[in-house]
Write a protein that binds this ligand. Structure first.
Ligand code: SF4
Length: 330
């Protein structure tokens, strides 16, 4: 039986390249549905709007646990920060391959552009992913297809190779021209989508990897506040503003110590450990809470500390006490 219409599953990040890949395939009269990957490290909340502009249905897939396992031990290493991009792409594309049958789709499309990223999107990395994803012959990169080996999708005439593109490199000029040609003006500016590419977040995550603090709550705590590391590798977080304080107090798990000024408004402090809390670290956290408050120049300030739902304790410190103690700002 000859199929009247084919269907592609697109990896939709919401970035320009993935939008263009969908458009190029839609223009060949092929149905497209999107896979939207979710994790603690990237937020695709704009994708819903983009999918509706493209007129496609999307399927959210949570890869948080698998991505954490990859970050703990990436087979192909990290990029500049703690971004395991080759492994991450491979994970996403392999997942999409496994979903072809479920969504009655014939092939996968991605917005990958050969040479766009020196490590994760060079020709060798793209080939490696095709070889290992489990459906390489059904994996089409419409924006760079003409510069890549022909896939089964093209050989079998499902897609007309002549109507695909041969875009390569970091320069986004061709993509911007193409977007204008297709009347697409709803794409975000590049970069900033994945926290794993952000240096400060990566530094914080490295510490959590070392101390094996990789629960959803510990990862959520990485996103806000000032972070310090004691010499025995306990993490201290100090809220920067009211919003930080609110988010911290919601995210703090049971057992972690919470610090507040006793009789004044100020930053919230958290000592991130459920185990025995060394007195020295309690003093450091209390002192940092004072240091970042309006009372920083007072001789001594009373600070209260407690576990969620637990007994409240008090101590008096100065905003300078933490200086006496070794502390690393991360
Ligand atoms: S930038 Fe982040 S989401 Fe994108 S491939 Fe790399 S690790 Fe994965």
């Amino acid at each position: 039986m000859v199929r009247s219409r084919f269907k592609a599953l697109a990896l939709l990040s919401g970035g320009l390249d993935s939008i263009l890949a969908v458009k190029v395939i839609q223009l060949q009269d092929i149905d497209v549905e999107g896979i939207v990957f979710q994790s603690s490290f990237f937020n695709n909340h704009k994708v819903h709007n983009i999918a509706s502009r493209l007129g496609i249905k999307i399927h959210p897939i949570d890869i948080n646990k698998e991505l954490i396992r990859i970050i703990e031990k990436p087979k192909y290493g990290f990029g500049k920060n703690i971004n395991p991009c080759i492994d991450c792409h491979l994970l996403m594309i392999s997942k999409a391959c496994g979903l072809l049958k479920k969504y009655k789709a014939d092939f996968i499309i991605t917005g990958e552009v050969a040479g766009e990223r020196p490590k994760s999107q060079n020709y060798r990395a793209l080939q490696l992913i095709s070889d290992q994803c489990g459906c390489g012959s059904l994996l089409l990169r419409p924006l760079s297809a003409k510069k890549l080996p022909e896939t089964r999708v093209e050989e079998e005439g499902i897609v007309d190779r002549e109507k695909l593109y041969g875009i390569t490199g970091k320069n986004r000029k061709e993509q911007i021209v193409l977007a204008a040609k297709f009347g697409i003006d709803y794409y975000p500016q590049p970069a900033g989508g994945c926290l794993l590419t952000v240096p400060r977040f990566s530094d914080r995550l490295r510490i959590n990897l070392k101390t094996k603090k990789l629960s959803g709550t510990d990862l959520a705590l990485l996103k806000f506040g000032r972070h310090f590391l004691t010499k025995d590798e306990e993490k201290i977080i100090i809220g920067r503003d009211e919003e930080d304080n609110n988010r911290l107090s919601q995210a703090v798990p049971e057992g972690y110590l919470i610090f507040e000024l006793d009789k004044a408004m100020g930053p919230l402090g958290v000592l991130c450990s459920t185990e025995y809390h060394a007195k020295e670290n309690i003093i450091k956290t209390a002192s940092l809470v004072v240091r970042y408050s309006k009372l920083r120049n007072e001789k001594t300030v009373r600070v209260k500390y407690f576990k969620k739902g637990g007994e409240v304790h008090f101590l008096s410190v100065s905003g300078k006490d933490h200086k006496e103690l070794e502390l690393e700002h991360i």
